[in-house]
Design a protein around this ligand. Structure first.
Ligand code: BGC
Length: 374
């Protein structure tokens, strides 16, 4: 009887610490709150990012709340402030602009851990960690896809290929790396005269004036569509475009829509790049419209971000399988302008019709979607 009471007592104490049974195994976050601030929903990936982050946080025993900022920094700042009021111990932020830095400073004063998620928080010295993909490589993969599709290695200056250039939002640090990665591949061909740029040509993103002219504020598809229509009616009126550098899938599809309305492209679309491996773009690639996308396994990014947060909150040394700590030239990806934060990079993969199975096999799509892509 004494023995039984002892056993029961031990069980009761164990239960009160949350170690009662298998359902609690691996939960060690102690119920602390992690605030998840995602930038927008008009680009599909972020909803999935938010949901995966939340699920991964809960798996590790944290409470988690996700909010979407509607591409409006003031709105996102209010959401982050509310996380702080609720006593969040960590914030994982996919920011909209550097206007987020004021709430990041508040978080630092409260000793709340801040992780910049996918997008660098620029002009801030108040946080230490950034987790993202190798964004320069994302651009290189786009540039290399154009190089292959247009067979630029064999192109001649007497019959040059034509390209027009688009960039992402000038408020998003990633847009600069995507562009510079792509141009690191394309500039040598432009210099040789075998590739001609139709419309504005910033050689790199450092040409702020021209970069602004090709940039797409807040990654808004209607802006890219209108700009493409204007190009088709003006600079690109009397040439046939062979390629269009588009920074992500949302914009790629808007650009393709504009091209389809032009008789010149009714039978053959230009080679259009993308990024995010969105289902609609994957289907478009399968159907021979969009040429390529860049697959970034955001489920892996979310999992890694929560592991990073967990290790920091527990004061452990950071070790993120599948990610490399940026060093050398790549450390620039984590330069906020005020300090260089520790930056963990995951690897992006270029996807054309030939390897659509990569995101499919990674379980990136719903079963019904995957079935359409096989
Ligand atoms: C992300 C891309 C996304 C874009 C628009 C970038 O910061 O890295 O994956 O397509 O924002 O939301």
């Amino acid at each position: 009887m004494k023995k039984l009471i002892t056993v029961l007592l031990i069980l009761a104490v164990a239960a009160s610490f949350g170690f009662a049974g298998p359902q609690n195994q691996g939960q060690s976050g102690g119920g602390a709150l992690i605030g998840l601030a995602m930038p927008e929903t008009h680009v599909l990936r972020w909803e999935k990012d938010g949901n995966t982050l939340k699920a991964e946080a809960e798996k590790r025993g944290y409470r988690a709340e996700v909010q979407f900022g509607n591409a409006d920094q003031a709105e996102q700042n209010r959401q982050i402030q509310s996380f702080l009021t609720q006593g969040a111990k960590a914030l994982i932020i996919g920011c909209i602009t550097d206007g987020v830095s004021s709430v990041v400073a508040e978080a630092a004063r409260d000793k709340v851990v801040v992780i910049a998620y996918d997008r660098l928080i620029q002009n801030s010295a108040d946080y230490d960690y950034f987790i993202t993909f190798n964004n320069f490589k994302v651009g290189q993969l786009q540039g290399q896809a154009i190089e292959t599709a247009l067979n630029l290695a064999s192109a001649t200056a007497s019959a040059p290929k034509n390209i027009t250039l688009f960039a992402g939002s000038p408020t998003d640090g990633n847009a600069f790396f995507f562009y510079d990665g792509a141009m690191s591949v394309l500039n040598p061909y432009i210099d040789k005269g075998v590739l001609k740029v139709v419309g504005p040509y910033p050689r790199t993103s450092a040409d702020a004036g021209n970069f602004q002219r090709i940039a797409t504020e807040n990654w808004q598809a209607p802006i890219a569509k209108t700009r493409m229509e204007n190009l088709l009616n003006n600079d690109a009126r009397n040439v046939v475009l062979d390629a269009i550098l588009a920074p992500n899938d949302t914009l790629a599809r808007a650009i393709i829509e504009a091209c389809k309305a032009d008789a010149k492209y009714r039978t053959k679309l230009p080679t259009v790049t993308g990024q995010d491996a969105e289902f609609d773009s994957a289907l478009s690639i399968k159907n021979g419209e969009q040429y390529m996308t860049v697959f970034k396994d955001t489920a892996k990014l979310a999992e890694a971000a929560i592991l990073l947060t967990d290790q920091i909150l527990k004061g452990q040394s950071v070790n993120i399988p599948g990610a490399v700590l940026a060093s050398g030239d790549l450390a620039k990806i984590g330069d906020t302008g005020r300090k260089v934060v520790k930056t963990y990079l995951l690897d992006p993969v270029g996807v054309t019709r030939n390897n659509l199975n990569v995101p499919v096999n990674a379980g990136f799509y719903e079963a019904a979607e995957a079935a359409q892509l096989r």
